[in-house]
Design a protein around this ligand. Sequence first.
Ligand SMILES: [Zn+2]
Length: 155
Amino acid sequence: MGNFSLGRKSLAELDGVHADLVAVVKRAIALTVQDFAVHDGIRTVEEQKRLVAAGASRTLDSRHITGHAVDLVPYVNGKLRWEWEPIYRIADAVRIAARELGISLRWGGAWDIDFTASQDSPEDIVADYGARRRAEGKKAFLDGPHYELSKAKYP
Ligand SMILES: [Zn+2]
């Protein structure tokens, strides 16, 4: 356990996010061995349009707009870092938290599976997703910091 806690900015980002997802994030920060910051909770349609134009997101139908998604970015030596090794450790903590709370999540490391239910390591999940996409002749759009409530259970 890392004894991390959410900072003021992270807590502000959780404003307006669905209570079940907030509960997962708050439990995850208590469990994680890798510190993280909440980078994006709620987004406006305008913010989302800018991200899509910049290639940082692929959809205008983002779960961020409705408060069903958060981005948890590794915080390393005082900086936000988009790196897979710490992203995987955060994913471990988020999944344990989601299981404890019984909340079904989709992760940006593999968009086509129930992350909470998966028994595979985050590393394997991403590798398998990449292989599935390649087999379909498609690119894998990976967004390791992104977690969202399952659309089936939280429409
Ligand atoms: Zn996101």
